[in-house]
Design a protein around this ligand. Structure first.
Ligand code: PPS
Length: 382
């Protein structure tokens, strides 16, 4: 096992030369300063690495990041400290979730409520611009930055796409913490993340408003499987569904473990700055979720605004909305155009039944029972 501390890795690089010249006690003091953040990285064991290699076209060097034990590409090292020490503002609004649990749906809801239901403005701004992913860098460094820097980059599809969508260029070049810090003080910042609370700024809940969303793990893993089939250049899953579920249950896939993400949020659910949503509840009564967020953000809405916003947030409307459905990335990031292969794909409760056989379902149920103790959510599965 090799565990390295991010403070030492990232901040210490420049100072390493100087350390040799310090007396022992001074050296200790300097090291204390360098290791101010508690974040540490652990390499995957060789068997897991080889299993992933067999099943993914692009590995992105996954590692486990502590505290919390989230699996992330090693590019997270570049931003781990910046995230942990991110200067917060009381007006900040975060959407936190495990991937594929309805994050984008919740983001659009939260952004619209937070912006006085200005639906015209919502439709004019790309989601990644109005509500960026905090850890976007971990993917963009490996992909967009590489493409932008390569020889003849200007003739690539990626460059053409960015030329047509110049607002996405900043995102392709910078990490989100930089972009957030450049946001004028009088502008409310909206940010999404799948990173665990234990790696976020410790005072986040005291300072910012957080909307957390979760979804039953069976539909989540099906949606995540499709996500990994859809996108090029990230992980490129090549195995079958059963193998994907095994890797999910073994907590080896990016942003896993699902339960630790949920557990950390669940333990904070009663904090006044936390609003806890469940995907299946949103499916059943979207207007109730809208009202809950409106109360939470102290943004009163008329009944007509609730109706209009629910219409804007409906599956059919969101799947046609180019600012949220990621079709802008179709030519550059997505595999061939098959009907199932869409970011906003089915949006159903119970799609898992089309994928799980009896044996897998039994094992998955056992995995749920073994991991969900203390998390008092009765998920709907159909
Ligand atoms: S991501 O990649 O983590 O940001 O994905 P995320 O947005 O969390 O989840 C994607 C799934 O949410 C579904 N979705 C919706 N369901 C119902 N109504 C609306 N409006 C809606 N918008 C997005 C989306 O279709 C993904 O689920 P699946 O099951 O794959 O269809």
């Amino acid at each position: 096992m090799s565990v390295t501390n991010s403070g030492a890795e990232v901040v210490g690089e420049k100072k390493r030369g100087r350390l040799h010249k310090l007396l022992p006690w001074k050296k200790h003091k300097a090291q204390m300063k360098l290791t101010a953040s508690p974040i540490a990285f652990e390499q995957y064991d060789p068997q897991t690495k080889s299993l992933l290699k067999q099943n993914f076209g692009v590995l992105n060097n996954l590692e486990t990041v502590w505290p919390g034990g989230i699996c992330l590409p090693s590019t997270y090292r570049d931003i781990a400290d910046k995230v942990y020490h991110l200067p917060l503002r009381p007006s900040d609004v975060w959407v936190i979730s495990f991937p594929k649990t309805g994050s984008t749906w919740t983001q659009e809801l939260v952004w619209c409520v937070g912006n006085d239901c200005d639906l015209a403005k919502a439709k004019s701004l790309h989601m990644d611009v109005k509500f960026p992913l905090l850890e976007h860098w971990i993917n963009s460094k490996g992909m967009m930055t590489k493409v932008i820097k390569q020889k003849g980059a200007k003739t690539t599809k990626m460059f053409t796409m960015l030329r047509h969508n110049p607002e996405l260029m900043a995102l392709a070049k910078n990490d989100t913490t930089q972009i957030m810090q450049q946001t004028p003080d009088n502008e409310r910042r909206f940010v999404k993340t799948h990173i665990f609370f234990s790696l976020l700024p410790p005072r986040i809940l005291d300072v910012c408003k957080i909307v957390y969303v979760t979804r039953n793990p069976k539909d989540t893993v099906v949606s995540y499987y499709h996500h990994n089939l859809l996108f090029k250049g990230l992980y490129e899953f090549r195995g079958d569904f059963k193998t994907f579920v095994e890797l999910f249950m073994a907590n080896t896939l990016p942003w896993c473990p699902y339960w630790e993400n949920l557990r950390q949020a669940w333990s904070r659910k009663d904090h006044p700055n936390m609003c806890f949503l469940v995907y299946e509840d949103m499916k059943q009564d979207l207007a109730a979720a809208v009202r809950k967020v409106s109360d939470f953000l102290e943004k009163p809405m008329t009944e007509q605004q609730v109706v209009d916003l629910c219409d804007h947030l409906s599956f059919s409307s969101m799947s046609k909305n180019d600012k949220v459905n990621r079709e802008v990335f179709r030519d550059v990031l997505m595999h061939e155009n098959k009907s199932e292969k869409k970011f906003i794909r089915k949006g159903q409760i119970g799609d898992w039944k089309n994928y799980f056989d009896e044996d897998l379902n039994r094992r998955f149920d056992a995995w749920i029972a073994a991991n969900s103790e203390g998390i008092d959510i009765q998920f709907q599965y159909e």
